[in-house]
Design a protein around this ligand. Sequence first.
Ligand code: MRU
Length: 362
Amino acid sequence: MNLEQELGRLREYLRIKPLYWDQDRGEFVWLDTRLIPFEEVYRRTRDYSRVAKAIRDMEIRGAPAIGVAAAFGMALAALYNNAGDEEELIAHLEKARRELASTRPTAFNLFWALDRVMARVESERSRGFDKIVDGVLDEALRIYIEDIKNNIMIGRHGSKLIEENDTILTHCNTGALATAGFGTALGVIRYAWYEGKNIRVITTETRPVLQGARLNVWELKKEGIPFKLIVDSAVGIVFRQNLANKAIVGADRIILTGHVANKIGTYVVALSAWHNNKPFYVAAPTSTIQPVNDPSAIVIEERSHDEIRKIMGKYPLTLDGVDAYNPAFDVTPPELISGIITERGVAEKPFKETLTAIINHR
Ligand code: MRU
């Protein structure tokens, strides 16, 4: 694929480059989101295990970005290894797949991207060593470009739900920093803003990792979109006082019933929106949709208690060693969701029918 030409066409949408493939040096490059908004530091590697660490430690986070990074991790595993023949190469790729898959359990895009790369490996298998290597890199680049294009389509469909003078509440970061570029829920907001709509945003701070306070603030400021920052527990009063008239969030995993796993606190945002008669939308690419009907298939990641006990792992907020519970995600049931915005259009209730139809067009 001609990466330069594809990116050239999308340039106007790519004001923030959160991750990319450096073709000259054969390296994967990413912005370390742990340091945002104070420092903008790009990191680079030829080592797939370093990519796995970047995902696990949340230098790269957000479901679509995790999927794209894992695909590039596989490209690194294909390009740099000691395999002597196809069998050894495939064994090495399967090992890389396992390591990358073990990084974060909830984001469905991670498993979707790894499966897609391995399916490409399978289809190139009979064509020999070099074709397998080229195929893995080509598939990773396709996943990367598709994610950006899908985000722009999500923005285009979602922007139809945004009206002049809306104030949109959002939770967690779903912008360029959570994807290959542009964003999902924040991409809808960004698209409406580019269309010239007069809108405002209210972002939660998103405890405990502060994706709202750090990443949304950084992205919204860069775009010049007016916004206010609130603590997560202010969501109820914000809807009650009509300070926001709709909510849009992203998703880590959606199943066909319309159950949506997203950043911890999303369920409370949805409940508050519902109780105050405000529409609550979810925006995500179809790569986030797991084609199953059983909510118990959704794995909820539990993270270190220190994320709660200390701010950004540094500044203590409570007593050392205090017992805690730190689920990184929750599940919002379909009855609280007004619509699910995908790159193929907006799915409405009954989600089982509309999401199945959307998936079957994949
Ligand atoms: O723990 P994170 O920061 O990876 O969680 C991210 C979210 O919950 C996002 O809302 C979701 O991945 C969608 S990103 C477009």
